[in-house]
Design a protein around this ligand. Structure first.
Ligand code: ZN
Length: 184
């Protein structure tokens, strides 16, 4: 297994839709193992294949809630259904999220509280996920990556402008930038 470099905002693979997985090959299995290792090292609660430079519809996720077993998995070719997000403005305290491809920043974003995701696992078996709250947020964030959307694209003002200013200051927004998480 290997920790993979994580592409940064501006790299082309992040900003275009990913292609469906047609066959689960040895390469795909290795990619998924590497994605789990990279996600844990980053550390992050989710990682989509485009973030490690692979334009395929795959993401991994992991989430710990006190008193519950770790919620963790991989999904291939997901379809996502969501309840409409509640109206109103996002609360900066409880509704801020970040992205490994826009590192060290977070911004408030209103998301749906309830999603249903359908796809397949690494054995090609059907997977159904029905979740609320932060887990639903993770699903929406990672699913967006497969459509070339980063949460920064969804921000309202003033957060949208702030994010773009930061990207400019950090020299992001051009192809070829990445960062490498360190081993734990
Ligand atoms: Zn992300």
């Amino acid at each position: 297994m290997a920790i993979l470099p994580i592409r940064i905002w501006g790299d082309c693979v992040l900003h275009r839709p990913a292609a469906p997985v047609t066959t689960i090959t040895t390469e795909i299995r290795t990619l998924v193992a590497d994605m789990f290792e990279t996600m844990d090292a980053a550390p992050g609660v989710g990682l989509a294949a485009p973030q490690v430079g692979v334009g395929l519809r795959i993401y991994t996720y992991t989430y710990d809630e006190p008193g519950e077993p770790t919620w963790r998995g991989v999904i291939l070719n997901p379809e996502l259904w969501m309840e409409l997000p509640a109206p109103g403005l996002p609360d900066p305290e409880s509704e801020s999220e970040g992205c490994l491809s826009f590192p060290d920043e977070d911004f408030p974003l209103r998301r749906s509280d309830h999603v249903h995701v359908r796809g397949s696992d690494l054995e090609g078996e059907p997977v159904e996920i029905d979740v609320h709250g932060w887990r639903a947020r993770i699903m929406q964030h990672e699913y967006d990556h497969l459509n070339g959307i980063i949460y920064v694209n969804r921000l309202i003002e003033p957060y949208h402008s702030e994010a773009h200013t930061i990207a400019r200051q950090k020299g992001w927004g051009i192809p070829g930038l990445s960062w490498l998480p360190e081993e734990e």
